[in-house]
Design a protein around this ligand. Structure first.
Ligand code: ADP
Ligand code: MG
Length: 392
């Protein structure tokens, strides 16, 4: 594996939390370093260790991986993409650098998104990615005790994959690793009263999946996950360009257009931009002006699926909890929550108040960070431990 350098943050994070990361361009990674021998730390000493250790929360998202380090905030926000030479199997780049290669690779290089659909499609790659990100923040392994790690995972991953993620965190240098389902972490990060005997509804619209969950008393009471999120909107736009204008457009370009002028509800003032791509008839590049109303029409199928998933979850929620959700409102998190007018659209469809969580792209990782800082408080919210990595 090649040694990489950290690239700048890829997300338009609105808080200056990534500043510390930007200042760390010089960090040389030791991706190939052999895993440190596994020390067994008796629980008794965990508290003592905890005082010094830089505990880590990781959001292993379908589109973006974010890392929160106790006492430092969010230090990594990079796309969950790995570029690999498929002839040699060598990893060429991870994160932002790899994402820039998507759609631009020569035949021998593939840019892989190992969690694209909310399941781990390529475990080896996921493990290497996790390893890379943990080592990146945990380079001073000799000075600091090994960190405890909380990893947020899409709720669709299987038991085997969960265990594999946990193992990957341990082999990357974690002293202890536990998992939390992303909607739960998002609810915690959004500041919802998850531990109270009250129903809170969170909708996390990520790249590959949308997860809807109602929490109460520290657990998820009801949830639903669909494999439709921001990626599907991008592919809706690609298809629209082809269908309406015979224009061949890449998914990255489509994503840029979605972020620039996409919406889920009529805008006060409709705006426009340009579709750029290759004309399928002439084979030549062409650019066509499109309006926000057209983009809205293009992504409507995805929006409808998301709204339907929310409505279906509401229908299954016990009445007491629905009354609570009506009081509190529905919270939107994940990058998709930034789509203009989605809150209004959901409010209209459900007849409930809808709020976009503060800084929706970072809710899950902040939730993971909050968990790692107060484990006893959030113990019930973690994925049940099926085995103990330290007791092997
Ligand atoms: P995941 O948790 O699956 O990694 P994220 O929560 O990081 O996903 O969200 C990524 C998705 O959000 C992508 O599909 C991206 O295009 C979309 N996204 C990011 N910013 C915006 C925006 N301003 N408007 C609409 N969609 C956005
Ligand atoms: Mg997410």
């Amino acid at each position: 594996m090649r040694e990489g350098r950290s690239a700048g943050p890829a997300l338009p994070l609105r808080r200056p939390a990534t500043a510390s990361f930007q200042g760390r361009r010089d960090v040389i990674l030791r991706v190939n370093a052999a895993p440190r021998p596994e020390g067994v730390s008796p629980p008794l000493f965990d508290g003592l260790f905890g005082l010094f250790s830089r505990d880590i929360g990781i959001d292993l998202g379908t589109a973006n991986t974010l890392v929160h380090v106790r006492g430092r905030g969010i230090v990594i926000a990079e796309p969950s993409v790995v570029a690999k030479d498929h002839r040699t199997g060598q990893i060429l780049a991870i994160g932002a650098e790899a994402k820039r290669m998507v759609g631009r690779t020569p035949a021998s290089i593939v840019a892989i998104r190992p969690l694209k659909d909310g399941v781990i499609s390529d475990f080896d790659i996921t493990e290497q990615m996790l390893n890379y990100f943990i080592r990146k923040v945990h380079e001073r392994a000799l000075l600091f005790p090994r960190p405890r790690v909380i990893v947020g995972i899409p709720s669709g991953v299987t038991e085997v994959e969960k265990r594999a993620v946990q193992d990957a965190a341990i082999s990357a240098g974690a002293r202890w690793a536990r998992l939390v389902e992303e909607p739960m972490a998002a609810a915690i990060g959004a500041g919802l009263p998850v531990n109270e005997p009250t129903g809170s509804m969170i909708v996390d619209i990520g790249g590959g999946t949308t997860e809807v969950a109602v929490t109460s008393l520290g657990g998820i009471v009801i949830s639903r996950s669909i494999r439709i999120g921001g990626d599907e909107m991008d592919s809706d736009i690609v298809q629209y360009a082809r269908r309406e204008f015979n224009l061949l457009m890449g998914e990255r370009t489509a994503e840029d257009i979605k972020i620039a002028i996409g919406s889920a509800y009529p805008l006060d003032e409709e705006v426009s931009t340009y579709f750029r791509g290759r004309d399928l008839l002439t084979g030549l590049p062409r650019s066509i002006e499109v309006t926000s109303a057209q983009i809205r029409e293009a992504i409507e199928p995805s929006i409808e699926a998301i709204v339907d998933a929310i409505k279906a979850t509401i229908e299954e929620t016990p009445p007491e909890l629905i009354a609570d959700v009506m009081d509190q409102g529905i919270y939107l998190a994940g990058g998709g929550a930034l789509l203009r007018g989605l809150d209004t659209r959901v409010a209209e469809a459900t007849q409930m108040a809808v709020h976009v969580a503060e800084d929706p792209l970072t809710c899950v990782v902040r939730g993971c960070g909050m968990i790692v800082e107060d484990l006893p408080k959030y113990e019930r919210s973690l994925v049940m431990e099926t085995y103990s990595p330290n007791s092997r």
